[in-house]
Design a protein around this ligand. Sequence first.
Ligand code: GDP
Ligand code: MG
Length: 736
Amino acid sequence: MDATVALAGNPNSGKTTLFNELTGARQHVGNYPGVTVEKKQGTYTNNGNRFSIVDLPGTYSLTAYSLEEVVARDFLVNEKPGIVVNIVDASNLERNLYLTLQFMEMGIPVCIALNMMDVAETRGIEINTEKLSGLLGIPVIPTIARSGKGKKELMKTVATNIKNRTPAPLAISYGNDIDKALNELEEKIKAHNFLTNIYQARWTALKYLEKDEQVIKLGHETDSSISKEIEQVVQKVSGHLNETLDTYPEAMIADQRYGYINSVLKQGVIKHCQDRNRLQTSDKIDKVVTNRFLGPIIMVAVLIGLYQFTFTYSEMPVGWFESFFGWLGGVADAHLSEGLLKSLIVSGIIDGVGGVLGFVPLIMFMFFGISILEDSGYLARVAFMLDRIFRMFGLHGSSVMAFIVSGGIAGGCAVPGVMATRTLRSPRERLATLLTVPFMNCGAKLPVFALLVAAFFAENEAMIMVIITMTAWLGALLVAKLLRTTIIRGESTPFVMELPPYRFPTFKGLFIHTWERTWQYIKKAGTVILGISIVLWAMMTFPGLPESQTSLFEQKRTALSASAPSSITEEVESAGKDTVLSPKANELKEQFSIIDLQEAESALEYSVAGRLGTALEGLTKLAGFDWRTNIALVGGFAAKEVVVSTLGTAYSLGAVDPEETGSLSETLASAPGWSPLVAMSLIIFTIFYAPCFVTVVCIVREAGSWKWGAFSMIFNTVLAFSLSVAFYQAGSLLGY
Ligand code: GDP
Ligand code: MG
């Protein structure tokens, strides 16, 4: 087996960039066992040396305050990598070394990749790497991950140091009181072999002092009486520190660590030359961009720009995709013989999957735009500005990202949205966010709205779309507030997100980020949507009409043929797809197709889906939905895209030529039982009802329990139905 090298460091220190530089194409992405934090693994080969490289989640510390920290630490403890390459941002040395110290305290072999040397240089920071290495007692290699500079030297150092296992842990002095307690605890822990198979004794003691929940829990399970004794000692020191210095062990420990770093840096490691150019530039930009009045205006402009960019530039490629699937359907239609297989391939597979894949260019452009905002550092500012508003609803500034990705303005997807909540540190805020992001108007709901708005509100399209967007946001925030004051009650975490300096994104980084996200979307279409399309097709096809009924339609056809002069009947029967018919023949052809469509409708009503829709009609009438709408909505449980195509199938009765575009909205506008009121009720229902199947699966995975998936399906549907019924009934009373 190859020796393992773990890349660790603060978020944004350049880990992923270095990882990509080292591993090139030889990498794969998965999740850490049991949790949903991304795990990237790859191979580096040079001079006959092979290393397995793992990109650990970005962390500021190794105390179990967040999921990332737990994951990073568990990996170090369980997998015991040969060496940790600690990526340190040279332009932010003091803060980054805080993590370095903790590796050293844990007794883990570590070397420093002193990254962003170019940034440090432009900011006039000069670093004496030999001195730093000497003072810390670990190798330090300057790198510029972005250009790959220093990676050879770095890996050479790794190769020579990897055999050098388990260095003596660094012992920092934490002041008299804590040091005394530490020594006492260390002896106790060693004497009882308490957790010593996992952690060094002093380190365990330190974690107890830092109130590390994970270690304390583990200690309790291992030996609760020793654990209690340790906690008593901790309590005594805490009380003492509180009384004498008005502080706590955790704060004291952090202060001392920074003190240690300071003393290292002050010994001639850092020389500030003249300016602090870059920080000043970032500060100057921030003065404008996060200004109390200008900030929100710029933010709205940027977001509108993002969508303008997405929709304008993706229009053409989306068209190409559409034509391609249209062509594919045509080819299949022409070359397959009539029957179930053809119906399955054309209606079930090509229409279903094609409808979703058609969105790929749009999704790609949007993710590209979002990657620019993210990589440049602007998105952190957006989160920062919106934090105050979100806090009022029990959410967090970082929730903004998830809402935007899910379709906060228009067109997105709740699946990456739910995954975007991983950046939230507090589990409660994270849960509240991931349960409410499905209310946003994702790319799959848009066609539903577009259809209904075009049919019933053609004069005020833009206005109605704005109202729909606002309704979704208001609903999401209010539900979040409701959840945070009831079933997921608890304190808010302080806003810890830092504002990194602005950076010019690199093309490579943008490309990787865009592609990773797009690929996830494509995989969804190729797997889940494909399955759903087939199931829905089957539900709408089986059981087929019984012989007694099909023969009835056959009789009608025969009667129709007989009623017309035989020359005209022949003309219709022998005509190809594109043949121009005489007016009489055309009329006959239309009458034939009306019979076909009547038969199709009877068959639909007779199918499993039709029966389900009819059974629900009694209830859904309260909101104005008939059985055909019900079929579409049931289909929408699987994927929202399906609502439009199912309505299309179910309502094809009025459209003589089903390929005529725009006919569906015209059909709906003139169909009995439909009105603007029904349309609005359906829009409301579509905004709020159960997330699509894939999103539910994602919620289950991210929330760690199937219960939350069930909750979101039931709660959202009940909420949506109540709102629709209230709206429809009120509207009816007012005479609309
Ligand atoms: P991670 O999230 O900690 O893994 O950091 P990333 O790899 O995503 O890098 C964060 C940003 O810093 C990206 O925009 C990189 O292009 C940029 N970056 C990484 N290394 C360097 C470097 O050495 N110099 C400069 N100027 N930028 C870098
Ligand atoms: Mg990264």
